[in-house]
Design a protein around this ligand. Structure first.
Ligand SMILES: CC(C)(COP(=O)(O)OP(=O)(O)OC[C@H]1O[C@@H](n2cnc3c(N)ncnc32)[C@H](O)[C@@H]1OP(=O)(O)O)[C@@H](O)C(=O)NCCC(=O)NCCS
Length: 189
C-alpha cells in the first residue's frame, strides 16, 4: 500500500471528519480528540495545523490514492525538553493492519531527527492499545516505563506506557517484519 505524508489542506475536513468519527479511534486518543467528531472539529484541527510554527512541530495528513485517511504529528518540547518531541497518530479503520503506520512513523522520525536536530522522540500509548504499542516497537521504539493510573478516560483510570527512540538508536529494524509492511511505502512531503 502506497501512501503520502503531506501538509494538511482545508479540503481534507470532510473526509477526515468521516473517518475520525469512530469510537474505536477516539478511545485510544486524548479527550482533545472529540467524539462525535464533526466537520467543524476537523476544520478547527486543520486550521491549527496550518497556523502552527513549522519550527516547533510537524503535522502531516496521511493520504492513500489522494484521499486523506489519517494523521501523524510531532510536537517539539520547550525549555529542557527542546531536544525531544512527542509523536501522535491515528489511521482510518478501513486501512488498519496493512503496515501503514509503522512505515509512517519510521519516515517522520527519520525526517525529524535530521531536520530538527532532535535527540529523542517519544509516544505514550494507553496500556490497552496493543496495536499502537506494536506500531512503535516495529518502528524501533523502546519501552521505557509503565506509568500507572496516568490516564483518566471516560470515567476510568488506565495505565500508559512510555516509548522512545533516540537519535543514537540505529535505523528501525524489525526482525518480525511482515510481508504487508514490506509493501507499505510512503513519501514525505
Ligand atoms: C494503532 C494504529 C495506528 C495501527 O496502525 P496500522 O497501520 O493498522 O498498524 P499495523 O498495520 O502495524 O497493525 C498493527 C499491529 O498491531 C497488532 N495488533 C492489532 N490489534 C492487536 C491486539 N488487539 N493485540 C495484539 N496485537 C494487535 C497487529 O497484529 C499488527 O502487528 P503485526 O504486524 O505484528 O501483526 C491504528 O490501529 C489506529 O489508528 N488506531 C486508533 C488510534 C490510535 O490508537 N492511535 C495511537 C494512539 S497512541
Amino acid at each position: 500500500m502506497e501512501f503520502e505524508l503531506r501538509p494538511w489542506r482545508m479540503e481534507d475536513a470532510e473526509t477526515i471528519a468521516r473517518y475520525a468519527n469512530n469510537p474505536k479511534v477516539a478511545a485510544n486518543l486524548r479527550d482533545a480528540f472529540p467524539h462525535p467528531y464533526t466537520q467543524r472539529d476537523a476544520a478547527a484541527f486543520i486550521q491549527s495545523c496550518l497556523d502552527a510554527d513549522p519550527a516547533r512541530c510537524c503535522f502531516r495528513a496521511i493520504a492513500v490514492n489522494g484521499e486523506t485517511v489519517g494523521s501523524i504529528s510531532l510536537s517539539i518540547g520547550e525549555d529542557i525538553s527542546s531536544k525531544s518531541a512527542e509523536l501522535g497518530y491515528w489511521l482510518a479503520e478501513p486501512y488498519w493492519g496493512q503496515g501503514i503506520m509503522p512505515e509512517a512513523v519510521r519516515q517522520i522520525c527519520g525526517f525529524a531527527f535530521q531536520t530538527y536536530g532532535l535527540a529523542r522522540i517519544f509516544a505514550v500509548p494507553f496500556a490497552y492499545n496493543l496495536a499502537s504499542r506494536r506500531v512503535l516497537e516495529k518502528a524501533g521504539f523502546q519501552q521505557e516505563g509503565l506509568m500507572r493510573n496516568s490516564v483518566y478516560k471516560r470515567g476510568m483510570l488506565y495505565d500508559s506506557y512510555l516509548y522512545a527512540r533516540t537519535s543514537q538508536d540505529g535505523p528501525a529494524h524489525d526482525p518480525d517484519q511482515t510481508d504487508r509492511e514490506e509493501h507499505a511505502s510512503g513519501r514525505l512531503k
